[in-house]
Design a protein around this ligand. Sequence first.
Ligand code: G
Ligand code: G
Ligand code: MN
Ligand code: NA
Length: 257
Amino acid sequence: LMLGADLRQALMRDEFHLVFQPSVELRSGRIVAVEALLRWRHPERGELMPDEFIPLAESLGLIRRIDAWTMRAACAQVRLWDQAKLPPIRVAINASAATFGHPGFIESVKQALQTSQISPNRLMFEITESAILRLGEATEQTMHALHALGVGIAIDDFGTGYSSLAYLKLSGIDYLKIDRSFVTDLPNSTNDVAIVEAMLAIARSLGICTIAEGIETAAQHDFLLHAGCVEGQGYYYARGLPATEIERMLSPNPRHE
Ligand code: G
Ligand code: G
Ligand code: MN
Ligand code: NA
């Protein structure tokens, strides 16, 4: 309850910031995208992770405003990287069901793109299977509108929700993010090998790009590369990093070399 009161003030007090976790193209090793991850610098409790306040924000009806802040901040950061002449990467934003399903969502995306002057194909949204299920019919309309704008859409944590293959037929799905629970025991678990290979095959035949989450070891990386997964995220490459650190990693002549 106390935390809820603080959360109401957090936007006004400018207590949020973003870290960015790289997504690496497995074949080239290049960073091709980053996922924007929200952090709350609480005045007394210190740095709080999303699982400590996103569910609260959702239940207090604050998540739309917070997600709008994330979107604006992420787009502004992409603009700064462009102005610094860094290689163009995508930025992925996590959107809660309440955000994605709100009638004003598409308009707020257009506005963020216009304000930041970034191209729509630099932006993508991550939505979970449970959010898609919860939204029902509204999902298809929103996906259609995002797709028409040229903004990317990923199904996040794929395989952990209701995992209806029907979701993959929804128009406008560009990326499938394979949940880290399927990656952790690669390449030893024969079950996970079978499941991941099947996910990669179906995504490939539907023309959907694949991103594996939670890659922590070279063995996981090698398996996914050879199995044809397109991109990977995880501590093996990098955790969520401040914008300045991403900038350094993208620079043609990293200062530490
Ligand atoms: O940062 P962390 O690694 O703990 O992220 C955990 C989860 O928190 C992410 O998978 C995502 O679902 C959620 N999350 C992170 N940032 C945001 C945000 O800006 N908005 C929403 N709605 N969820 C977020
Ligand atoms: O969107 P999503 O809920 O998947 O957010 C990603 C979450 O996964 C973040 O909380 C991030 O800190 C975490 N994460 C990212 N890479 C790794 C990893 O390699 N291993 C583990 N255990 N967690 C990770
Ligand atoms: Mn995500
Ligand atoms: Na995820």
